[in-house]
Structures are given as structure tokens and as C-alpha cells.
Design a protein around this ligand. Structure first.
Ligand code: NAP
Length: 304
């Protein structure tokens, strides 16, 4: 079995981050999560830092929900430039930073924090990272597509749905298991961005009609993370898939998911969530350093 990479804990942020300052190179960027041990961000970000000759490293820090306020507050004194946030911190952190970008406020989640003048600034690069991934994978601007988002009112789903609204997609359909959550999100987007979003349930016939009325189908549910998972398309609705569809699965477990297999069988163009992971990371890097990230270096690190 391969050895898991080193994971620090929030207790290591004590004493002005002494533990991190004493590393060679010092750790000044991190990802906070619970769990966090399997995050793919450290190898990707460390490859970028090394390629650009920056004398610092990016580490995993296991932070429980209870420890999040203190861990974020400790970042300036510990000499950190910022951090990424993953499960389950993206929503809770909204209340814990000094200010928020417009996207993060609309998306209701933060995945990137930067420290400037001792203050914490929150951003969301999942939505813009998704838009960049669609452009790269399919050669199409997100704003030109009619989009169906499965699990569109979940964490990643909400960022994607808001991004679609910001991009001006001509049609946005959110299919959510808990359909009331989808309706609430649609009402919020209508109120704040004056864009129409249709909320539907996961009923097979409703989803089938929505598939037929969309160009791009996105999976933002966790279905596909485990090898034995079924497709997020409820049984029967997959028959509406055709060769004209684009299918994007945000799952990035590496293998072919049931949804990607259905897309391939229908002759549709499809892609996994690895490109979204890459672009959200590259956009976070740009926020921290004010310069474009070395994308190809990061892509190579992710693939290996
Ligand atoms: P989350 O906040 O827990 O949201 C999960 C969503 O999926 C909710 O809408 C939930 O519906 C729905 N859902 C969960 N189980 C379901 C099931 N069995 N059948 C139908 N719907 C189900 O999770 P998240 O953090 O957004 O993560 C969702 C996915 O996005 C994961 O696969 C994750 O890997 C992926 N992701 C990818 C990237 C990337 O960079 N590629 C970044 C972030 C996340 P309810 O609202 O009804 O519970």
C-alpha cells in the first residue's frame, strides 16, 4: 500500500505557525478539510510553486468544523498567504472571513481564502473553474449552452448553477433530489441576477424532458465517486441522451463513471471533473500570486 502524504492538524497553526515556518521550504499555503488526506491539490499546487521558483510549499491541514474559526483566524500570524477549503467548510467559512467576492456571495460558498494586510478575503473558483473546463473540454463558451445540472442545489452544483446564470446561459435547469432546495435557489437567482432557472425533481420523466431540452448535462451529485455507484440520471431518463449532447461529470475519481459510460454509448462528447479541479486550482493560484498559474505543469502533476 502506498504511504499517505503528511497531514497536519489545526493545532500545528499555534505559536504563530512555528511548525510551518520551520519546514523547508516553509508552508505558506494549505487546504483545510475534514477529511483532507486524499486531496489532490497539494501535488498540483506544489508542482506550480516549484516550476515558478517560489520558496514555499502547500500542505494539507486536517481541520474539524469546530476548529475552523480558530484555524482561519490563525492564518495571518502564521505567515500564510491563504488557503483552499474543501468538505465540509465551504459554506461555514462565509461567516468567518472579512470580505467576500461577488461570486462567493452569490454561490454561497468559499473555496479560496487569501490573506491581505492581515485580513481574510473569500473567493469561489469552483464556478469559474467549471466555465474554463467546459471551454477547454468542448471548445464552447458556457454562456452559449442550455444546461441541466443534476444535484444543482448542492455545494458544487450551486456554484455551477450561479456560474451558468452569470455566463448568461439561455436555459438553466436544476434537478435536485430535494426539489424544494432547487426551488429556493431558482428564486434567489431570479431575485439577485434576474435570470430564470427552472427547478425540477429527480422524477425520471421530468429529467428525461429536461435532458432533451439541454445541450450540456452536468453531474454535481457525488454519484460516481464509488465504482459501484449508479448514474445520477434516474432510470429511463438516459434514453434522451444523444450524440448532440455534451456531458460533464464533476466527479474526478479517475475511472469511467456510469454517467460517462451512458454518454459514450449515446455517442455524446463527455469529460470528467479533472479539468474543473485543475482550473479551480489555477484560478486560486492566480488570486494568491496575481499571475497566471503554470497550467500545463499543474495538469501533469494531477494526471500522475
Ligand atoms: P454536496 O454539497 O453534498 O451536494 C450533493 C448534491 O448531490 C446535492 O444536491 C444532493 O441532493 C445530491 N445528491 C447526493 N446524493 C444523491 C443521490 N444518491 N441521488 C441524487 N442526488 C444526490 O456535495 P458537493 O461537495 O457539492 O460535491 C458534489 C460533487 O461535486 C462530488 O462528486 C464532488 O466530487 C464534485 N466536485 C468536484 C469538483 C471539481 O473540481 N471537479 C469540485 C467540487 C466538487 P440533496 O440536496 O437532495 O441532498
Amino acid at each position: 500500500m502506498s504511504e499517505l502524504p503528511k497531514t497536519y492538524t489545526s493545532a500545528d497553526l499555534a505559536e504563530g505557525g512555528k511548525v510551518f515556518r520551520e519546514l523547508d521550504p516553509p508552508a505558506r499555503l494549505a487546504i483545510f478539510g475534514d477529511p483532507v488526506a486524499h486531496s489532490a491539490s497539494p501535488p498540483m499546487q506544489n508542482a506550480a510553486l516549484k516550476a515558478q521558483g517560489r520558496d514555499l510549499q502547500y500542505v494539507r491541514i486536517h481541520v474539524t468544523p469546530q476548529a475552523l474559526p480558530e484555524a482561519l483566524a490563525a492564518l495571518p500570524e502564521a505567515g500564510f498567504l491563504g488557503t483552499n477549503l474543501t468538505i465540509p467548510h465551504k459554506q461555514a467559512a462565509l461567516e468567518l472571513v472579512d470580505d467576500l467576492s461577488r461570486e462567493a456571495r452569490l454561490m454561497g460558498a468559499i473555496n479560496t481564502v487569501t490573506v491581505r494586510d492581515g485580513k481574510l478575503h473569500g473567493y469561489n473558483t469552483d464556478g469559474p473553474g467549471f466555465a474554463a473546463a467546459i471551454q477547454e473540454e468542448f471548445g464552447m463558451a458556457l454562456g452559449s449552452l442550455r444546461v441541466l445540472i443534476l444535484g444543482g442545489a448542492g455545494g458544487a452544483g450551486r456554484a455551477i448553477t450561479v456560474q451558468c446564470a452569470l455566463a448568461g446561459c439561455p436555459k438553466i435547469i436544476v434537478a435536485n433530489r430535494n426539489s424544494a432546495k432547487g426551488e429556493t435557489l431558482a428564486a434567489e437567482i431570479k431575485g439577485q441576477l434576474e435570470r430564470n432557472v427552472t427547478a425540477i425533481s429527480m422524477d425520471p420523466s421530468e429529467v428525461r424532458t429536461a435532458v432533451a431540452a439541454s445541450d450540456l448535462i452536468v453531474n454535481a451529485t457525488p454519484l460516481g465517486m464509488k465504482a459501484q455507484d449508479t448514474s445520477p440520471l434516474p432510470e429511463g431518463s438516459e434514453s434522451a441522451l444523444s450524440k448532440d449532447h455534451l456531458v460533464y461529470d464533476t466527479v474526478y475519481s479517475g475511472g469511467n463513471t456510469a454517467l460517462l459510460r451512458q454518454a459514450q454509448e449515446a455517442g455524446a462528447k463527455s469529460a470528467s471533473g479533472l479539468s474543473m479541479l485543475l482550473h479551480q486550482g489555477a484560478l486560486a493560484y492566480k488570486i494568491w500570486f496575481g499571475e497566471p498559474a503554470p497550467l500545463e505543469t499543474m495538469r501533469k502533476a494531477l494526471r500522475s
